[in-house]
Write a protein that binds this ligand. Structure first.
Ligand SMILES: Cc1cc2nc3c(=O)[nH]c(=O)nc-3n(C[C@H](O)[C@H](O)[C@H](O)COP(=O)(O)OP(=O)(O)OC[C@H]3O[C@@H](n4cnc5c(N)ncnc54)[C@H](O)[C@@H]3O)c2cc1C
Length: 326
């Protein structure tokens, strides 16, 4: 064992160190280029040729509910996300909150197995804490009315404190609210201990934003090891945990723990993103694991799409190749 993980696991990290560093570099380049106004304009115009559609369910709620039905028929449950973030006016934030109220009612009426994932900057966190709280309370009322669960997504590290504070605030009104912790942040083990003590269920992810080394592990191998440590901590704390990753090493490690420690399958769920490793999602569901697919929909796909490209630079080459061919 090295650092609490089997030797084979650690060695495979070492073998891939060079390729990992270059993919980390590519990730930073992609996120930087994506942030530039000229690339953003180009991508918005030609998005459908760039393969963006593969990662989201459609433009409308009806299309999204259709996708939920199909996934449910394969024993995969869903968390729905209405695309959009970094909203800058109170009016836009309020109308985004209305959309989530509609989503919760649509899930209830369609009798499908789905909950919602929400970004607080979409609900006006950067406009003002009070506006955001008021919007969230309306969504919470709809969740209460329809007996559903809300997951608050985690955004960049500038918003971590405000997000966690909002989760605690909202749970005073309605307890079926969970959040997300990112394994790339040094602080996440501390945050997990605090959330576990408060009984908050957590989704664990690696982290999708460009963060400085002052707050986040620069090396992927450290992020991966911290990821397993966080999942282990959450399971040992008796918390229900959402293990959100496409990383086969991690999935297999968790499967091993489940067998060795006889962890009941209703103590956790695997989560993956729509459009990524769909065959593996089906396979895990067939094996009896609870699997939840994160399904985004809506017209504001750009920021979400560029994070998906940055996670896997091979996606960029795939797109460039199809552009050249078309
Ligand atoms: C359900 C869910 C919810 C999430 N919520 C948040 C959130 O709230 N906040 C946040 O910061 N991040 C969130 N993320 C994103 C997360 O932080 C990672 O950026 C993302 O999951 C990629 O990391 P990975 O764990 O899959 O591992 P990686 O090591 O990045 O990938 C492992 C393997 O998965 C496959 N893969 C990964 N990404 C892609 C891709 N885009 N296209 C094709 N194949 C891919 C590849 O085979 C890759 O080798 C979420 C992810 C999921 C699955």
């Amino acid at each position: 064992m090295i650092g609490g993980f089997p030797r084979s696991h650690t060695l495979s990290f070492e073998r891939t160190a060079t390729s990992v560093q270059s993919s980390q570099f590519m990730r930073q380049v992609i996120l930087k280029v994506a942030g530039s106004a000229s690339f953003s304009g180009f991508a918005h115009r030609y998005g459908r040729f760039l393969g963006a559609r593969r990662f989201y369910a459609g433009d409308t709620l009806d299309e999204a509910i259709g996708v939920v039905r199909k996934l449910n028929s394969e024993n995969i449950c869903v968390t729905l996300d209405h695309l959009g973030e970094s909203v800058t006016t109170a009016e836009d934030a309020a109308s985004q909150a209305n959309v989530y109220v509609d989503i919760l009612h649509a899930i209830n009426e369609a009798k499908v197995d789905a909950n919602v994932s929400i970004k607080l900057t979409q609900m006006g966190l950067d406009v003002g804490r009070e506006e955001c709280l008021a919007n969230m309370l309306r969504i919470v009322a709809a969740a209460q009315e329809t007996d559903n669960f809300i997951r608050i997504d985690m955004e960049d590290s500038q918003h971590t404190d405000a997000t966690l504070a909002m989760v605690h605030e909202l749970r005073k009104t309605y307890p079926r609210i969970g959040t997300v912790l990112q394994a790339y942040l040094y602080r996440s083990q501390n945050d997990l201990a605090l959330l576990a003590a408060a009984g908050v269920t957590v989704r664990i992810v690696k982290g999708a934003y460009l963060e400085p080394s002052s707050v986040a592990f620069p090396l992927k191998s450290d992020v991966d090891q911290n990821y397993l440590r966080l999942v282990d901590m959450a399971l040992r704390a008796g918390q229900y945990v959402a293990i959100a990753t496409h990383d086969e090493n991690i999935i297999q490690e968790v499967e091993g723990w489940v067998r060795e420690r006889r962890i009941p399958l209703d103590r956790f769920e695997f989560q993956m993103l729509y459009g990524i490793r769909m065959a593996r999602q089906r396979e895990l569901a067939q094996q009896g694991y609870r699997v939840r697919c994160y399904v985004p929909y809506g017209t504001d796909w750009y920021a979400y799409y560029t994070r998906r490209l940055a996670e896997r630079p091979a996606n960029v080459f795939f797109i460039l190749r199809s552009l050249v061919r078309s």
